[in-house]
Design a protein around this ligand. Structure first.
Ligand SMILES: *[C@@H]1O[C@H](CO)[C@@H](O)[C@H](O)[C@H]1NC(C)=O
Length: 364
């Protein structure tokens, strides 16, 4: 017999125990996608990144004003602005031979650098390039997580530290290909190497080429992927943007991205809903549209085919689709500019692409 005074406790227990058990077990009955992902960014990783970004910022401010390096009449002879190609990959660079031809397609010496962030969890073979490929200290990346933002920022930071004449930063993946010659790409960004590059170095407000959209399907779902109200107050929904993961940033914007702390605090949070979690497609467009809306083109130079996209993946081109006509079609935009790069291509497209490289892709 229970003493009568404890009866309410017993009743209370019998009432709350099932509720408590339900609370405890509920996550196991709910679909997996509702479980908050574990954070893939450890405090140590965060600290390493902060140190790296701060180093890049201090180097840049030591050598420049307004993003461009000072033109020294003593040290550098005839300085030319460079493009830093940032390869973000978690597999071999399957199109390395095509990129090799791209880099060698004209007199490109001293006009570019290459940096690679290769996910350390998969072994990657060094591309057989005559160009120097700088493998930067990399960390694990995963889809539907803020690790892709971190990797892109690491690439920007390393490129800024490595060479003060890196003034444009083109982020690409292993599935991307060039659609034009190097000379065409360089001239599109800087003007002719002979004459206009000096003018470029003395300018301050270079445009970044990044897609920034305020109206897209599922935008609200993506906004609430970390939970309701979580992005507030730093990122109200009206300021939330979407755009392509791959971009060409001017140095001043690369620095802006490395200095940024406020939005990152929110974007680095793991998602509750992994099927609407694409932080890397939101962080950069949202940040740039908040901080410098007129400084970006709002369009991307990377052609992607979203027709019939499956599971957040764009259309992947296969060998039968590769033709000179395809390259010409992919270059064309709805506006006056030409796309410079394209994705996504299956690895077996390398052969047919190499066959039309000289006569089609690198012929402008
Ligand atoms: C885009 O992909 C669809 C299939 O998903 C294809 O039918 C179409 O031809 C592609 N468009 C271009 C311009 O390549």
């Amino acid at each position: 017999m229970f003493p009568s005074s404890s009866s309410p406790i017993v009743y209370g227990l019998t009432l709350f125990l099932p509720l408590f058990l339900l609370f405890l077990l509920a996550p196991q009955f709910l679909p997996l996608r509702y479980n908050r992902q574990p954070s893939l960014i450890s405090p140590q990783d965060e600290l390493d990144d902060l140190r790296l970004f701060n180093l890049a910022i201090s180097r840049a401010t030591a050598t420049s004003r307004g993003g461009s390096p000072k033109i020294s009449h003593l040290g550098t002879v005839n300085p030319k602005p460079k493009i830093a190609f940032l390869f973000l990959t978690n597999s071999d660079l399957i199109f390395a031979p095509l990129w090799q031809r791209f880099f060698e397609s004209s007199s490109t010496v001293g006009l570019f650098n290459v940096y690679i962030h290769a996910d350390p969890s998969t072994p990657i073979s060094t591309p057989e390039w005559s160009v120097k490929a700088n493998f930067i200290p990399a960390k694990t990346t995963a889809r539907a997580s803020p690790t892709l933002i971190s990797a892109a920022r690491r690439l920007l930071a390393n490129a800024i530290i490595d060479d003060p004449f890196n003034l444009y930063f083109a982020l690409v993946s292993q599935h991307c290909i060039p659609l034009h010659s190097f000379k065409f790409v360089y001239t599109s960004l800087f003007g002719k190497p002979s004459s206009a590059s000096k003018a470029f170095l003395t300018q301050r407000s270079h445009t970044s080429y990044i897609e920034i959209l305020s109206d897209a399907r599922y935008l609200h779902k993506r906004y609430t992927a970390r939970g309701f109200g979580v992005m507030l107050p730093e990122v109200p929904f009206e300021k939330f943007r979407v755009g392509s993961q791959f971009f060409v940033l001017a140095k001043r914007h690369a620095l802006l991205v490395l200095k940024e702390r406020k939005l990152w605090k929110k974007f680095k949070l793991p998602c509750l809903y992994s099927d609407s979690c694409f932080p890397e497609e939101h962080y950069f467009p949202t940040l740039l549209s908040m901080e410098d809306p007129k400084g970006s083109s709002h369009f991307t130079l990377m052609r992607v085919n979203w027709t019939d996209s499956v599971n957040g993946h764009p259309h992947t081109y296969h060998p039968p689709e590769i033709s000179p006509e395809l390259i010409h079609t992919l270059r064309k935009s709805a506006s006056s500019y030409s796309y410079l790069f394209a994705r996504k291509f299956s690895p077996d497209c390398l052969k047919p692409l190499m066959e039309i490289a000289k006569d089609v892709i690198f012929r402008d």
